[in-house]
Design a protein around this ligand. Structure first.
Ligand code: BJ8
Length: 382
C-alpha cells in the first residue's frame, strides 16, 4: 500500500518544493496562471513560458466567507474556491496560500454557478474566460473551440511577452501525453485483483497533479509505478468499487475515506480527479492547435449536451476494472451531474451493475448516514 512506499514521502515533501519553485519563478518574472477546470489547455500555458496551478477548493472552512456574497444553494466546490480567493485577497485568516502566487485566473464557461462566480472574480484577481461550445458533437463546435483556444494563445502571448510557437506547443503536447501515459500505467495496475494501491492514496496523488509542476508529478508517478509493480498487495477486503461523478478537489476525501472504512475496494474513478483528466491523449501528428481543440472537446463533462461519450466511458470502465458496484458521487446542487445520473443509472442497469447515488457537501453532518448507506450497498453487492 502507498502508505508504506517511499513515493508517498515524495508526494508529501514535493508540496514545499513546489511552493519554493513558484516563488522563485515569480521573482524571475514568470507568470503564474490559476485555473479551475480541465477544459483549459495547460499545454498553451506552458508553451507561453508560464506556469499553472489549479485553484479548485475542496475545503469546508473557506465556505462561510463565500456565502456572504454567493447564494448558499450552489455547489461547495464553487463556494470553497471563491471563499479561498476572497480570504486571500482580503487578508482573511483562512487565506489560501496558493492564491497570492497567481497573476491571472483563466476560467472557463462550464456550469452556471462557475460562470456567474467568474463574473465576480475580477474584483479580486484578473480573470480571463475561455468560452466553450455546449454541444461538442455539433459540426460548428470544433471550429469555434479552435478559434477560442487560438484567442487564448494570443492572450497568453500578451501576458508573457513570449510567442506560442507550434514547436513549443508540440513539445508541451508530447510532455502532457507522457504524463497521461504514466497515469494509464498507474491505473492499469489497479485492474489487478486485489489492486496494489488504495483508492484514497490514488486520489491524493491525483489531487497533486493539479498543483505540482508536470515534471515533478511525472517523477512521483513513475517512482510510484515502479514500486507498485514490485508490491504484493494485501488480500482484498471487499467489493470492487468505481466512483463516478464530480471532482474531489484537494481537501475533499470524504466519500473515499468512508467507502474504505466500510471495506469497499476503490479500483477506478470516473471524474476529473480520475480518468477524465488523462484518458485521451492529444494527437501528436496533427496541427497542434487542431489536435488540442479535438482532444479538449472530448472531455466527457456533464456540462456538455448530449454527453453520450461519458455514459459509454462509464460502462466501459466498469467492465475493464471488473467493478461490482458504482458509487455515483455528486456535490450538492451540481445539477449537471445530479441529472445525468439518471442516464448513467439506466445504462449500468442494462449491464446489471448496481449504482448507489450519494449527494453530499464538504461538511461532516451526513457522514454517519452515508456510512450506513454504503454499508448496506457493499453488503448487497458482496
Ligand atoms: S470538466 S467537472 S472541472 S466543469 S461540481 S463546479 S460542474 S456545479 S467542477 Fe468541473 Fe471542468 Fe466539468 Fe471537470 Fe459546476 Fe458541478 Fe460544481 Fe463542478
Amino acid at each position: 500500500m502507498l502508505s508504506t512506499l517511499p513515493s508517498l514521502d515524495f508526494f508529501k515533501t514535493s508540496y514545499e518544493l513546489r511552493v519554493a519553485q513558484l516563488n522563485e519563478e515569480r521573482e524571475k518574472g514568470i507568470k503564474i496562471v490559476g485555473t479551475f477546470c480541465l477544459y483549459v489547455p495547460d499545454e498553451i500555458i506552458f508553451a507561453a513560458g508560464a506556469d499553472r496551478i489549479v485553484l479548485c477548493g475542496g475545503r469546508a472552512d473557506t465556505i462561510p466567507v463565500a456565502e456572504q456574497s454567493l447564494p448558499r444553494n450552489i455547489c461547495p466546490l464553487i463556494k470553497s474556491s471563491f471563499g479561498a480567493v476572497v480570504n486571500a485577497c482580503c487578508g482573511g485568516t483562512l487565506a489560501c496560500p496558493h492564491v497570492p502566487l497567481v497573476d491571472v485566473v483563466v476560467a472557463e464557461a462550464t456550469c452556471d454557478g462557475k460562470k456567474k462566480m467568474y463574473e465576480i472574480l475580477p474584483d479580486y484577481l484578473p480573470t480571463y474566460v475561455l468560452d466553450l461550445p455546449q454541444k461538442p458533437g455539433s459540426p460548428e463546435a470544433l471550429d469555434y473551440f479552435l478559434s477560442e483556444i487560438k484567442k487564448f494563445g494570443k492572450f497568453m502571448e500578451n501576458l508573457t511577452g513570449n510567442v506560442v510557437s507550434n514547436d513549443a506547443l508540440r513539445k508541451e503536447i508530447r510532455l502532457a501525453n507522457e504524463t497521461k501515459r504514466l497515469l494509464h500505467r498507474l491505473f492499469g495496475l489497479r485492474r489487478r485483483d486485489p489492486p496494489p494501491i488504495r483508492g484514497s492514496d490514488v486520489l491524493r496523488v491525483m489531487q497533486k497533479q493539479f498543483f505540482l509542476s508536470p515534471g515533478q508529478f511525472r517523477q512521483g508517478v513513475s517512482q510510484l509505478c515502479d514500486e507498485l509493480e514490485h508490491t504484493t498487495p494485501d488480500a482484498r477486503a471487499g467489493p470492487r468499487i468505481m466512483i463516478s461523478g464530480c471532482p474531489m478537489a484537494a481537501g475533499n476525501t470524504k466519500i473515499v475515506d468512508i467507502i474504505e472504512q466500510k471495506g469497499g475496494v476503490i479500483v477506478v474513478e470516473e471524474s476529473c480527479t480520475g480518468t477524465r483528466s488523462f484518458w485521451d491523449c492529444v494527437d501528436e501528428h496533427k496541427d497542434p492547435w487542431e489536435a488540442l481543440a479535438e482532444r479538449y472537446l472530448e472531455i466527457p463533462c456533464a456540462c456538455m449536451t448530449p454527453n453520450d461519450q461519458r455514459i459509454a466511458r462509464i460502462v466501459d470502465l466498469a467492465k475493464q476494472y471488473n467493478v461490482q458496484g458504482v458509487v455515483y458521487y455528486t456535490l450538492q446542487f451540481c445539477h449537471a451531474y445530479n441529472i445525468e445520473r439518471l442516464r448513467v443509472q439506466k445504462a449500468l442497469k442494462k449491464e446489471k451493475i448496481p449504482l448507489l447515488a450519494i449527494e453530499s457537501d464538504y461538511g461532516d453532518s451526513d457522514k454517519e448516514q452515508i456510512g450506513i448507506r454504503i454499508d448496506a450497498f457493499l453488503e448487497m453487492i458482496a
